[in-house]
Design a protein around this ligand. Structure first.
Ligand SMILES: [Zn+2]
Ligand SMILES: [Zn+2]
Length: 190
């Protein structure tokens, strides 16, 4: 009977958990014979349960159980490494703060034809929008805090009576958000 040496080697490569006895039973030979073949081909002779893997994120070597080897996070030494591998840090254009975004989110945005996120929060996005639209807040039209009203309503009404402008133009000249001006006008009309 001819024993296929290549098949034994392949069996070892695909099943690192198998013992020599198990491989020997399969091919009808002794475990000593299997050990000799594996050793001459420079393959591991003992059944292997823990594997040494290098972390994709930090490059450290660590050992892992065979059952966890093919898991999604089996290539990372820790949860922190997996977390940071899945994310990219972006620096906010307005406040300069660093924040993290999931890579899958960025991929999804690029698929839709959108740019990756540039701002840490909605507040920063609003500030950027005000800057690019040529809209600046004038602090002299803002009332003190604690009064209840944020903006000087009388000034808005006065200018509206004089000129008859719409809320967009009023807001631009007074430095008050346009939606706030339209709200003021609607409430005063009632
Ligand atoms: Zn790591
Ligand atoms: Zn920001």
């Amino acid at each position: 009977m001819i024993i296929d040496k290549i098949a034994i080697c392949q069996r070892r490569i695909h099943n690192p958990l198998f013992t020599l006895q198990r491989i020997g039973d399969e091919f009808g030979c002794t475990r000593e014979y299997v050990r000799q073949i594996l050793k001459s081909n420079k393959l591991q002779t003992k059944s292997k349960r823990r594997f040494k893997v290098t972390c994709l994120n930090c490059g450290n070597e660590f050992s892992i159980w065979y059952c966890n080897l093919h898991r999604r996070n089996g290539k990372f030494c820790s949860r922190v490494c997996y977390w940071s591998w899945c994310r990219t840090t972006i620096i906010c254009k307005i406040c300069g703060k660093a924040f993290t975004v999931r890579n899958s989110d960025i991929r999804g945005r690029l698929k839709k034809g959108q740019s990756p996120p540039r701002f840490c929060s909605k507040r920063c996005q609003g500030k950027w929008l005000a800057k690019t639209a040529g809209f600046e807040v004038h602090p002299e039209n803002r009332l003190q805090k604690g009064i209840g009203l944020k903006w000087n309503w009388d000034k808005v009404m006065e200018l509206q009576k004089q000129t008859g402008w719409g809320s967009n133009r009023l807001g631009k000249t007074l430095g008050i958000p346009y939606s706030t001006v339209s709200n003021i006008l609607r409430k005063r009309r009632k």
